[in-house]
Design a protein. Sequence first.
Length: 214
Amino acid sequence: MNFYDAINWRYATKKMNGDAVPKEKLDNIFNAIQMAPTSIGLQPFSVIHVTDPELKEQIQPIAYGQSQIVDGSDILIFTAWDEITSERINDYVKLTGEIRDLGEEELQPVRNMAEGVASRSKEDQFNWSARQAYIALGFGLSAAAIEKVDATPMEGFKNEELDELFGLPEQGLKSIAILALGYRDEDNDWLAPMKKVRRPKEELFVKPEVPELV
Ligand SMILES: Cc1cc2nc3c(=O)[nH]c(=O)nc-3n(C[C@H](O)[C@H](O)[C@H](O)COP(=O)(O)O)c2cc1C
């Protein structure tokens, strides 16, 4: 499906039917998430891929009982770095150097930019990382639609409890969103026949209102 048809076809599926997403479709969705742009290119996040039914059952009550957690075949937990540590910066600079065959001097600008973010408060570093992860979430959502795979983005869960379940504090990660992937149960999903609600373009796209200079 092309992108413009896909964004009309997709919706935040409330009821999935348990069918499994084929591997080649998952690979394409993962590729889109991997290829999403991020500030400085740092990709300050990890995505936990859950398929195990027992583990999904443990997540479901943390996500207020939402059924997509168990009826979706693949659950992606987007987690963001809690901090831009020097180890994380070093790993990225090293990777860039290896892939582009660059020396430390040529890599200095990218190191400086990353260190700039790392000098902010810890909360700011996490929020910055989370913003990058959300771009990847958007890419994943779009790719799923193009693959005709249903997807529900979710923030409706208790972050700290999910972090605890996956031992995220020890890994320097915090959960930010879940993406449930699967197939819509059209007959039993109350949202399936509903029209989309979107603010009109005249409200979303506005002319600049520059205050008059005095
Ligand atoms: C970051 C984010 C978090 C969301 N959390 C939930 C959620 O926990 N459960 C749910 O059913 N839908 C959730 N939604 C879906 C939104 O309610 C939905 O995208 C919005 O109403 C627009 O509808 P549409 O996606 O069906 O076009 C979330 C969407 C986003 C982008």
